[in-house]
Design a protein around this ligand. Structure first.
Ligand code: URA
Length: 247
């Protein structure tokens, strides 16, 4: 037995907070009875749970790995009519949504799912699942500058947590360098702001790993389903990161 709001969130209905609102608004029924008490428990395996009359058990859980091209917005809709990630998910009928965000101009590994609990686990600020990026930057940063990024650097919203930073490639004319950076947070435009802070603005940004999951050689604009063990490994990354965080 689980709390109803947790079951609904896990089924991808909405965030847990939104699910609580749905319960309070009388939109949720368990075995035909409307439930408005938060914390009511149910068993998703045996109870029939509906939201606005729709059976929530009917939707299969999907976990997708997508290679987002730049110039695509990480959002379910865009009033300005720009391309959105779900435009690329031909053949997926389920309503999946992105796990966290990549900027419009950032490319690379993006997870999408209809499993709200999974998305919450991976994006929760306390869980710090490591994310690795290749940043092509203007000029070649000095080792001392990369040390600053490794130790943590002051941004307008506070110090960044320690990061792993390495030279990946240096352009022969020394006008650009590609740096690999692994961060354990997910602040807005964080990698771009970190490199700006050391005077080497990002020209191109690509996410290549999320936890132990790598983008590999997937083509841009293409998606694939994650395997069961990849989903499990991501869950474990979040759990391990949370444990490390405890004093
Ligand atoms: N950091 C950024 O600056 N942009 C992203 O899209 C992701 C991380």
């Amino acid at each position: 037995m689980e709390r109803l709001q947790k079951i609904l969130a896990q089924a991808g209905v909405a965030s847990r907070r939104k699910c609580e609102e749905l319960i309070l608004a009388g939109k949720v029924q368990v075995n035909g009875e409307t439930v408005t008490v938060l914390g009511t428990k149910a068993d998703p395996a045996t109870d029939t749970i509906t939201v606005n009359g729709k059976n929530i058990g009917a939707e299969q859980k999907l976990y997708l790995l997508f290679n987002k091209p730049k110039g695509v917005i990480t959002s379910a809709s865009d009033p300005q009519g720009r391309k959105i990630v779900t435009d690329y998910l031909k053949g997926i009928k389920e309503r999946v949504y992105p796990v966290g965000r990549l900027d419009y101009d950032t490319e690379g590994l993006l997870l999408l799912t209809n499993d709200g609990e999974f998305a919450h686990l991976l994006t929760h600020p306390k869980h710090h699942v490591p994310k690795t990026y290749l940043a092509t930057v203007m000029g070649v940063p000095h080792g001392n500058d990369l040390d600053k990024l490794k130790q943590g650097i002051m941004l307008e919203d506070g110090m960044t947590a320690p990061a792993e930073v390495e030279y990946h490639d240096v352009n022969p004319d020394n006008k650009q360098a590609v740096i690999s950076i692994t961060i354990h947070e997910g602040r807005n435009r964080q990698v771009r702001r970190m490199f700006e802070a050391i005077g080497h603005p990002v020209i191109r940004l690509k996410r290549i790993a999320f936890g132990k999951l790598y983008l590999g050689t997937m083509k841009r604009g293409v998606y694939r389903h994650l395997t069961k063990s990849e989903v499990e490994s991501l869950r474990q990354s979040a759990a391990a990161a949370r444990k490390n965080d405890q004093p």
